[in-house]
Design a protein around this ligand. Structure first.
Ligand SMILES: [Zn+2]
Length: 312
């Protein structure tokens, strides 16, 4: 199961795979006619996030390797077991693939998958992009997230072509992007509306973003497609540090993603199955709603909101 893109012919598109026994992960390698840098793009780390899958398919279809200097390695469906199960986590071990990097070659199926993806694919990148969205259960702004401690990551976020960018002063462990950071590889990730659908403007944002990164890295020669940044968020992007459900219940939100909220403003409440309020939620600070639960049935501990700050 050795993946060696350097052995593949230049000026062509190759369909490869990582075979793990329990899953075959598709790899698309676009080898530019001329040597150059390598952009690695992944999607569907969470099995219920579909925007990035289609963005990769349509971007690769439109590329001409003869006019490229450098390579694109794209993994449209990182997590086939979760993809075919239409769930965020893998049905093989229940694990969230975005919490267990750099994985373990002898571990559970998700841990093996993380290990092979990290070492055989992500480690080859000069720049790494991971395409996420809100999945089925959440809604996120359509945005590019960057590592605020790495000027290369911030410069790429400004070139990406998303109207909303979100800088993170710290990167939580266990992610694809925290593995990239541990290898000194600069990265971006995206979010998008999710809800198990592909909104046309989210698809456009991701396709434009991949093309703009290829230009930013000198792999494509065409000029950037520029989009003015409307909102620059800053702060903690780890949804496990947002407002979480204290009980199982039925969730009723009062605010939407990207709404501006004041400290103490009511955000929503959680009821029991008689409609009686179990818990009410207020904003812990002034800021902007950066994540909202969409599916009303929630389990204790699941994130309901994340409030982000704005870069002044
Ligand atoms: Zn995700």
């Amino acid at each position: 199961m050795k993946f060696n893109p350097a052995e593949l012919a230049r000026g062509a598109i190759h369909q490869e795979s990582l075979d793990l026994g329990f899953a075959r992960v598709p790899l698309i390698v676009v080898r530019g006619e001329q040597p150059g840098r390598t952009l690695v793009v992944t999607a569907n780390v969470h099995g219920d996030e579909y925007e990035g899958v289609r963005a990769i398919f349509e971007t690769v279809d439109a590329l001409s390797p003869e006019s490229m200097s450098g390579d694109l390695i794209a993994v449209p469906v990182v997590n086939p077991p979760a993809f075919w199960n239409t769930t965020r986590n893998s049905p093989l071990d229940g694990k969230n693939l975005a919490r267990i990097f750099p994985g373990d070659s002898e571990g559970t199926p998700s841990e093996q998958l993380a290990f092979q993806l990290a070492h055989q694919v992500i480690a080859r990148a000069d720049f790494y992009l991971d395409l996420h969205s809100g999945g089925v259960k959440w809604r996120m702004p359509s945005m590019a997230g960057y590592d605020a401690s790495d000027p290369r990551s911030k410069a790429a976020a400004l070139a990406f072509g998303a109207e909303v960018v979100w800088g993170h002063p710290e990167v939580a462990p266990g992610r694809t992007v925290s593995f990239a950071k541990s290898c000194a590889i600069p990265f971006l990730y995206t979010e998008a509306r999710g809800a198990g659908r592909i909104a046309p403007d989210d698809l456009q944002m991701m396709k434009r973003g991949i093309r703009n990164l290829l230009r930013h890295l000198g792999i494509l020669a065409s000029p950037l497609e520029k989009v003015p940044i409307k909102l620059h968020l800053f702060g903690e992007g780890n949804i496990e540090r947002g407002i979480n459900a204290p009980y199982d219940g039925f969730f009723i939100p009062f605010v939407d993603v990207l709404d501006r909220v004041e400290k103490g403003q009511p955000l929503g409440h959680l009821t029991d199955l008689y409609g009686r309020t179990l818990s009410s939620f207020e904003s812990p600070c002034a800021g902007i709603v950066g994540l909202r639960r969409e599916v009303p049935a929630v389990e204790q501990g699941e994130p309901l909101f994340l409030i982000a700050g704005e870069l002044q």
